[in-house]
Design a protein around this ligand. Sequence first.
Ligand SMILES: Nc1ncnc2c1ncn2[C@@H]1O[C@H](COP(=O)(O)OP(=O)(O)OP(=O)(O)O)[C@@H](O)[C@H]1O
Length: 299
Amino acid sequence: MSAQTPIGGSAELLRVTDLVKHFRSPRAARRRGQAIVHALCSASFSVGPAETLGIVGESGSGKTTLLRTILGLQQPTSGQVLFLGQDVSQRKGATARALQQEISVVFQDPYTSLDPRMTVADLLAEPMRIHRLPVDGARARTLLDQVRLPATSLRKFPHEFSGGQRQRIAIARALALNPKLIVLDEPVSALDVSVQAEVLTLLKELQRERQVSYLFVAHDLAVVADISHRVGVMYGGQLVELGPTKQVIGEPAHPYTRELLAAVPVPDPRIERAKPRMLQRRWPTETDGLPPCPHGDAL
Ligand SMILES: Nc1ncnc2c1ncn2[C@@H]1O[C@H](COP(=O)(O)OP(=O)(O)OP(=O)(O)O)[C@@H](O)[C@H]1O
């Protein structure tokens, strides 16, 4: 694991304050008396320019809910998301479109996130067309060059590429509008370990070249620690730990972070690491040291 040295300044790009998202429970859970799913309980953090904030957590810990709320795809139950000082949930029409230009997204699965009927040239031009910007062939070639793919890729279709190359195309597409922040939702989980390392290296190089910020979400602590300046640990909808990567890895304060660390695979196959016990449980209990969701049961 090698944590990045911060290269960003101190001004804030993204500020998330006391963000809460509740859902109505599925019918079976309601019958058992659980009316509300506390998907996200009072998360607060910021992301600075050219900074990578990594969020790590098991399946169901609230990572997708956090990202969807930040992207304005769902309204928070309470709390606020400010991007460059403006409330994301209040943006409408032209200001909402401007936000889409400033924040872009890379999803987990490059096999489904790229339309198989479109050539790479069309895939790279699409964001510019949507935002009514001049579509420029030279720009597409530059984007490909930045993700280390040859210009001959422009005429090809997604199925002609490997998984890692497809994720490079998805990253080029995310860069097309010169965003200030890229939200990466499990961007290397579908890739082999050696390809994962190549994509993480590319993302770090792009950040140095373009001063872009990343909000990087994954379930794998080793991956998150490799790319992030700071790491937040999510458990049962709560951000249980947040700090510089070296501190979170070197002196984990929360028992769940310690369990995640103990589960990180080591290169020597003779050494078997413990599987985190907490990963087996869906919701935190009092013994995990978590307070109940502090915002009650509003929907
Ligand atoms: N629309 C919804 N209605 C009801 N419950 C929901 C809804 N969306 C998410 N949840 C619940 O909220 C909790 C957090 O889900 P979320 O998808 O944010 O977790 P996650 O960490 O992204 O998991 P994964 O990695 O599996 O996607 C889960 O218990 C999930 O079942």
